[in-house]
Design a protein around this ligand. Structure first.
Ligand SMILES: CC(C)(COP(=O)(O)OP(=O)(O)OC[C@H]1O[C@@H](n2cnc3c(N)ncnc32)[C@H](O)[C@@H]1OP(=O)(O)O)[C@@H](O)C(=O)NCCC(=O)NCCS
Length: 170
């Protein structure tokens, strides 16, 4: 694997329609789902949605999808290719998405996560998401509760503060 300490070589950018095949392949592999490419394409082109990818050597290694609606945004998915995890790629990607949310006037980001998905729970805690509720038995096969988490963007004073915070934790 290439040297991941060279973080500059990981490019964060908006997802494009031409990325969808790779993004869907990653999503299918990680979540064992089979997303419909046409729905993905529509969502990717929608200006209210923040769909971003991390690219390294012309390969998509991570993606994050956020759907915004007025003051609220829903984090739909975030995933990193297995061999590239624990290199702060998801952290950089999500913080970049958060900057876009702030610029759009979003006040809070919500998400649901399996109660047994420890890496994801730890990850969201690190980004300062707080548990605000649970949906009992939300996931089946295998059964699990969903933990609902929220990150308020109202307490983030400005974009420059997020940028400084990003620099400090990377
Ligand atoms: C969750 C996921 C996106 C994190 O991606 P990542 O690039 O490995 O995460 P980062 O390197 O940015 O981690 C940032 C912080 O999150 C926490 N974290 C991430 N993975 C963790 C793990 N496996 N165990 C404990 N803490 C973890 C740590 O605090 C980490 O900071 P540190 O490395 O300085 O200690 C990745 O594990 C993944 O793709 N999982 C499968 C898909 C998934 O479950 N997505 C969430 C759906 S709700």
């Amino acid at each position: 694997m290439e040297n991941l300490r060279d973080k500059t070589s990981v490019i964060l950018r908006r997802m494009e329609v031409s990325d969808l095949e790779e993004v869907i392949a990653l999503e299918s592999l990680v979540f064992n789902t089979h997303p419909d490419i046409d729905s993905y394409k529509k969502a990717c082109l929608c200006k209210e949605n923040i769909y971003m990818v991390a690219e390294k050597s012309d390969k998509i290694i991570a993606y994050c999808t956020i759907v915004t609606s007025y003051e609220t945004a829903d984090l739909c998915n975030i995933a990193v290719t297995e061999g590239y995890r624990r290199n702060h790629i998801a952290q950089r990607l999500l913080l970049e998405c958060i900057l876009h949310c702030i610029a759009m006037g979003t006040e809070r980001i919500l998400l649901e996560v399996r109660e047994d998905n420890i890496p994801a729970l730890e990850f969201y805690k690190k980004i300062d998401f707080k548990e605000i509720g649970r949906r009992k038995g939300y996931y089946i096969k295998p059964y699990a509760d969903a933990i609902i988490m929220q990150k308020s963007l109202l307490s983030v004073p400005s974009i420059s503060t997020v940028q400084t915070h990003t620099k400090n934790i990377l």
